[in-house]
Design a protein around this ligand. Structure first.
Ligand SMILES: Cc1cc2nc3c(=O)[nH]c(=O)nc-3n(C[C@H](O)[C@H](O)[C@H](O)COP(=O)(O)OP(=O)(O)OC[C@H]3O[C@@H](n4cnc5c(N)ncnc54)[C@H](O)[C@@H]3O)c2cc1C
Length: 136
């Protein structure tokens, strides 16, 4: 059996969105299942290629999202206000417009971590990004 989508936990932890992630994994699942059928080998070992392949594509992004989710879940309202206020900065808004990608949030987080950009961030935003990236 191959499981994809919500049932496999292939959901973006920050938004709960699972359409893109589920579709990416379904495509991999279809390919592996078709190849296995042609080879007449539907063993666990053969189908486990699917598990390795989808993790190669998505696992890092989902893990980063989980860390961001866990961090955000601990914030109190005043901290949220600080965080959102610290984003109201022309340089950061330009980065968000240029690199923001709801399916690959790590791209933008990496830009935030760049020392050239991080000087624009308030302390809370810095600690947010660091806690997501540096604890990997
Ligand atoms: C209100 C809401 C808004 C959302 N907005 C977004 C969004 O903007 N972007 C985004 O990416 N994601 C969004 N999601 C999440 C997204 O809908 C899911 O991640 C995605 O639909 C999961 O797809 P799936 O195929 O894994 O599961 P599902 O779409 O849940 O499909 C599972 C199917 O299996 C069927 N089923 C269940 N049990 C059985 C059974 N025993 N026998 C036969 N069939 C069965 C169900 O009826 C269902 O049709 C949203 C979810 C909700 C609830």
């Amino acid at each position: 059996m191959i499981v994809c989508g919500d049932a496999a936990g292939q959901v973006k932890p920050i938004s709960g969105g699972g359409i893109y992630t589920g579709a990416v994994c379904a495509k991999i699942a279809g390919k592996v299942a078709a190849e296995a059928a042609l080879e007449g080998d539907s063993s666990v070992f053969r189908l486990s290629v699917y598990d390795k392949e989808w993790r190669k594509v998505l696992e890092k992004e989902l893990n980063i999202g989980m860390k961001a989710h866990n961090f955000a879940a601990k914030l109190a309202d005043p901290q949220w206000n600080n965080l959102l206020n610290s984003l109201d900065n022309p340089q950061l808004l330009r980065l968000i417009e240029e690199y923001g990608d709801m399916d690959h949030p790590s791209i933008l987080l990496k830009k935030f971590l760049n020392p050239l950009n991080s000087r624009h961030m308030a302390g809370l935003l810095k600690s947010f990004v660091k806690s997501v990236f540096l604890s990997q």
